[in-house]
Design a protein around this ligand. Structure first.
Ligand code: HEM
Length: 478
């Protein structure tokens, strides 16, 4: 909390700006506003703390400019859905455009720009669900190959390990094969360059790209362009990867744009999907009965080729994925900006360009909505639980809300369920500590820190208790 002098100076210089927002609660600002709240703390933790302290809408000051912190499902619905055209996505476009290209809908301007990019996104087509269903077995095979290699390692750091496993699986889903490690290195360099801009404390013109950025970018997107051109020359009707499928369904799509969208797939999904897996395996270690139930279900699935139909008969894996997305959502903060004219929201008039901070951290654990919210309890998603809280609803939006929610949310669910089932059938991921891990931030996504462990092959373990007692009950032990 800023001291009296600092608060007095803020009132002296900027008091007039507070008047129109006086009806909203929030921390008292000092001469630098409430910037101090955000130093050394993750922004989603600050948003959750504001929810507990000030309620569903709070005003905070970033220097002399106000920002609204929204933890109210109705207002969030307004900003992300009904009035979404008024609110652009902060300055994420300027931060990541150099790395992800301008063709991705992720950084499109609301309205016509987004509609045009969304319409030509292979992930938003009527045939996308059929493509998705065809990925289950290729993803399983790719993940299993990675698991076999990881079983040879005496110890792993889960975050980079599952990130690489996810990257490799996504290579198979997008272009039908794993790609050399040098491609992963280029991807990580481009992601680090974007992250440096996202987290920059200086104006972006002072943030230089890392050494080798231009070459890495040319190689990374050039590789996808070469692959698209080769596949166009030699069509292979049996191939199910996204590139081949897109060439069949959307032959008019420009090869350059196609290559950019294939490359963009990795930025959209690798960090978020692998972070979710780290969270899931960490929680599974904490709740052994839950883990055992997943292992049993996965062992049954491993008896034959994996299909979406068979995954649908495996509700525990889906429930584990949902619960990981609830309790440890990988994308926890969504920024929006009000238009360049004064805007009414939350019954106040906000100055042009006001930042809106939306986080799912508090709502995903809101005790007025969830029973026992701090417990990892996948059973809450069974027996109609998933229908009561569909993703994109007021208290569960790991993929965002409204038309700009994740275009690949359904694919991500297919991937998470396939990965959980494949890993759990073959190995147990043992983590060294089930204490909450530290969370960093990378490329706009939560980055679990220091979660180490190892893979233990399943056949060396007992899936059923040795006494011959029945398998553990569905309810998790706290
Ligand atoms: C567990 C995995 C994932 C999570 C938690 C996640 C989360 C999100 C969230 C929260 C948004 C909305 C951001 C906002 O409104 O500001 C979003 C948008 C998006 N995501 Fe994902 N995502 C995941 C996987 C993926 C994958 C695999 C892709 C692959 C292409 C992807 C591509 C995108 C794109 C292109 C958008 C922008 C959509 C638009 O603006 O039309 N995501 N994602």
């Amino acid at each position: 909390m800023p001291n009296l002098l600092s608060r007095g100076l803020f009132s002296l210089f900027f008091g007039g700006r507070r008047k129109p927002l006086a009806s909203l609660p929030g921390p008292p600002p000092g001469i630098l506003g409430n910037i101090g709240d955000f130093l050394g703390a993750q922004p989603w933790d600050v948003c959750a703390r504001y929810a507990r302290t000030y309620g569903p809408v709070a005003v905070t000051w970033l220097g002399p400019s106000p920002a609204l912190v929204l933890n109210d499902p109705t207002l969030i619905h307004e900003v992300l859905e009904t009035r979404r055209l008024e609110f652009e996505k902060g300055n994420i476009g300027d931060q990541i455009r150099h790395s992800v290209t301008d063709d991705t809908p992720f950084i499109a301007q609301q309205g016509e720009d987004w509609a045009r990019k969304h319409a030509m996104d292979p992930l938003a087509q009527p045939w996308t669900p059929t493509w998705q269903a065809a990925q289950v077995e290729p993803l399983r095979a790719a993940i299993l190959e990675s698991v076999e290699a990881l079983l040879q390692q005496p110890s792993i750091d889960l975050t980079p390990t599952l990130r690489k496993l996810t990257f490799d699986a996504f290579c198979v889903a997008t272009v039908g094969e794993k790609l050399p490690t040098s491609v992963y290195d280029d991807f990580m360099l481009l992601a680090a360059a974007a992250d440096a801009r996202i987290q920059a404390k200086l104006p972006l013109k002072f943030v230089s790209p890392p050494k080798g950025f231009a070459d890495a970018k040319e190689r990374f997107y050039g590789l996808f362009l070469d692959k698209v051109r080769a596949a166009r020359k030699n069509p292979a009707p049996h191939r199910v990867d996204l590139m081949s499928w897109t060439l069949r369904e959307m032959p008019q799509l420009d090869d350059g744009v196609h290559a950019h969208l294939l490359g963009g797939f990795f930025f959209g999904g690798v960090f978020s999907s692998s972070t979710t897996l780290v969270g899931a395996f960490h929680q599974l270690n904490k709740y052994p009965a839950t883990e055992e139930r997943l292992a049993l279900e996965s062992a049954a699935l491993a008896q034959g080729p994996l299909t979406l139909e068979r995954l649908k008969d495996a509700p525990w894996g889906e429930a584990v994925a949902y619960e990981a997305l609830r309790i440890l959502p990988a994308v926890r903060i969504f920024l929006r900006r009000t238009p360049p004219t004064p805007t009414r929201l939350a019954e106040v008039t906000l100055p042009p360009g006001t930042t809106l901070m939306i986080s799912n951290q508090h709502l995903h654990r809101d005790p007025s909505h969830w029973t026992d919210p701090e417990t990892f309890a996948p059973e809450r998603w069974l027996d109609g639980g998933a229908a009561r809280n569909p993703h994109g609803s007021g208290h569960f939006f790991p993929f965002g809300r409204g038309p700009r929610a994740c275009v690949a949310g359904d694919f991500a669910m297919v991937y998470l369920r396939t990965a959980l089932a494949t890993v759990s059938a073959r190995a147990r991921i043992h983590v060294d500590s089930t204490e909450p891990f530290e969370e960093g931030f990378f490329f706009g996504v939560v980055r679990p820190q220091g979660v180490t462990g190892k893979l233990v092959p399943r056949q060396q373990q007992t899936l059923h208790p040795p006494t011959g007692a029945p398998p553990p009950p569905a309810v998790e032990s706290a």
